[in-house]
Structures are given as structure tokens and as C-alpha cells.
Design a binder for this molecule. Structure first.
Ligand SMILES: C[S@@+](CC[C@H](N)C(=O)[O-])C[C@H]1O[C@@H](n2cnc3c(N)ncnc32)[C@H](O)[C@@H]1O
Length: 307
């Protein structure tokens, strides 16, 4: 019997995959969960299709022409650029020449920068993975603020699966550093990044969720922290999780901003309500949270199992 790991390896490495009918029936289910699709075998067999048995074909998920998409924008769009200034560069060169093993680095602006570059790299890879593997559903972000992470998601969608839709949810009541309308700022950020605007669901989650959630979700980002009362934030994350979870398709990914497990990471636990909510939610579930390294900030994700 093939394990799902060796099966996936065979599918991704080989152009043709052959197995007995018995084997194929048992593993068919696993393949479908990974986003592969099954077709009846046509008379002239395309070598890029994978033969499961004499009658069935499993088609590898299509990777469109943008599979070599660059991700430099994760560091350089907006105020994300953490490159050193000329002056700091000069000081660093002097330090190197003097064999001082110290370098000056620009500190994060915790007020304006809501994500670290490490977190954006995680977002890029998780979203591109579910899209490239053909996991069904749309992309949602609960808590988009001025849309910087939403822009990242839209760029990945446009690169890998432009037929998918990005839905963003926010009351737009939190202002932080933004002067004027946060929603207008979000639209401006999409324009700056030359990406198509998302579908905006304005209002409190309690009013827009679940009624305005898409029926099927392949990727969700829950990012509704704004400091404040831990118990209230825990209840809000629980509320979002419950509704998002039921709409997630098999192999879909949900990323939870600020999930922090202090036994694993030394990052700042700025919203402890997220872990409290997850601890409660996953007690009775087959999934669990994986912690992701996120630099100064932290987050975690889970992948939906098939029911
Ligand atoms: C940390 S910000 C999101 C940052 C954004 N994801 C980014 O990185 O660019 C959290 C957002 O959640 C929103 N929010 C918090 N509680 C909410 C609620 N009950 N209903 C709607 N929006 C809410 C706030 O308005 C805020 O814009």
C-alpha cells in the first residue's frame, strides 16, 4: 500500500503514475483531498495526466504561467522596507572593517507595521500552496484594517489563481495611524500595489459573519486583535473560528495572527486571547495549531482535515 507521502511524491515527480485498480480505489480518496481531479481516460492519453487504472485519470493541479512569481514585494511594498539607510550602511561598514561583530538594524515600528517580513513570507507560502494544489474555495480575511496583508493575498491570488475571490471584513473603526477613512486608505493601497480591489464587507463581524462569508473557504486569515480586554478578544476569535471552520474545505488553511505559545517562541504575546480561544476550540477537534516563526511577532495555522 502506498502512503500518502509517497503517493504525493510520485504525483509531483513523475509525469505518469501507474497502480493497480485495488490500490487506486483506496488512495483515490486521499488524492481528491489534495486537490487533484479525476477524469475518464480519453483515447489519446496526454502524458501530463496520471494513469490510475485503465478507466480513470488523475490530473495534476495546474500551475499557471506565474508559477515563478517573485516575492520581493513582501519586503518592499509600503513601509515594509527594512533596508538600512546610507548613514547606517556606512556605520555598519566601519563596524565590519573594525571586526566588531555588531550591525545596526532599523527597529520595527510597532505602531504602523502590523506584520513582520517573516510572517509575510509564511502568508505567501501558505496561500500559494493551497491555490497551487487546487484546494476549493475563496480567500477571506477577518480584520483587514488598511489592507496591507489583504494586498499581499490579492497579489498571490492574481499570480496563481486569478479566478478566486478575496473577501475582507472589518468595521473600519480602528484608526491607529491612519488619518481619514480607513476604507479609502485600503482602496488606495490596492491601487498603489496595482491589484484589483477585494470584496469589502464593512461592519462588525457579529453582523457580517457568517451571513456574508462565502460557502467554501480555501484560506482564511483571522486578525482581529487591537489590544484591550483578553477575555473579550478570546470570545471574538472563537466566534470567527467557529464560522470559518465550518466553511473550510478539506486541506484549507486558517492562519491565526498573534497565536503565541510561549513554550515554543520568544516573541511578544500581544494578544493572548488568540491562544486561549484556540486551546478551547481545538480541544474536541482532530486538527491542532502549528506555530510559525514570525520574528518579533508570532502566529500559527491549522489545516482542515477531511471529515
Ligand atoms: C490588527 S488589525 C488588522 C491588520 C491587517 N490584517 C494588516 O495586517 O494589515 C485588526 C482589525 O480588526 C478589526 N476588528 C476588530 N474587532 C472587530 C469586530 N468585532 N468587527 C469588525 N472588525 C473588527 C479592527 O477594526 C482592525 O482593523
Amino acid at each position: 500500500m502506498l502512503s500518502s507521502t509517497s503517493l504525493r511524491k510520485s504525483l509531483t515527480e513523475r509525469r505518469l503514475f501507474r497502480c493497480s485498480t485495488n490500490e487506486s480505489l483506496v488512495i483515490l480518496d486521499k488524492i481528491l483531498k489534495g486537490g487533484f481531479s479525476i477524469h475518464e481516460k480519453p483515447s489519446d492519453c496526454d502524458p501530463d495526466l496520471i494513469i490510475m487504472n485503465t478507466d480513470l485519470l488523475v490530473e495534476r493541479p495546474s500551475m499557471n504561467s506565474a508559477t515563478n512569481m517573485h516575492n520581493v514585494f513582501l519586503a518592499e511594498l509600503f513601509d515594509w522596507d527594512n533596508r538600512e539607510s546610507k548613514m547606517v550602511g556606512r556605520v555598519n561598514r566601519i563596524l565590519r572593517r573594525c571586526h566588531v561583530r555588531l550591525q545596526i538594524r532599523r527597529a520595527m515600528n510597532f505602531y504602523t507595521q502590523m506584520t513582520t517580513v517573516e510572517q509575510r513570507i509564511n502568508m505567501y507560502h501558505l496561500l500559494s500552496q493551497v491555490l497551487c494544489f487546487g484546494v476549493n474555495g475563496e480567500v477571506v480575511e477577518l480584520g483587514c484594517f488598511e489592507g496591507k496583508t489583504a494586498v499581499l493575498f490579492q497579489k498571490v491570488i492574481q499570480g496563481y489563481a486569478p479566478e478566486r475571490t478575496l473577501h475582507v471584513y472589518d468595521s473600519f473603526r480602528m484608526k491607529a495611524h491612519v488619518k481619514g477613512s480607513v476604507k479609502e486608505k485600503l482602496l488606495g493601497n490596492f491601487q498603489t500595489a496595482a491589484t484589483r480591489p477585494p470584496i469589502i464587507h464593512e461592519g462588525r463581524f457579529q453582523d457580517t459573519v457568517p451571513s456574508q462569508l462565502p460557502d467554501q473557504i480555501c484560506f482564511a486569515h483571522i486578525d482581529c486583535g487591537q489590544g484591550g480586554d483578553v477575555a473579550r478578544h478570546k470570545q471574538l476569535v472563537l466566534f470567527c473560528l467557529e464560522h470559518v471552520y465550518t466553511r473550510m474545505t478539506p486541506s484549507a488553511v486558517c492562519l491565526l495572527m498573534d497565536y503565541c505559545d510561549r513554550s515554543l517562541v520568544g516573541a511578544w504575546d500581544c494578544n493572548p486571547g488568540v491562544k486561549l480561544a484556540c486551546d478551547e476550540f481545538f480541544k474536541e477537534k482532530s486538527e491542532s495549531i502549528s506555530v510559525l516563526y514570525g520574528g518579533e511577532y508570532c502566529h500559527g495555522y491549522f489545516r482542515k482535515n477531511a471529515t
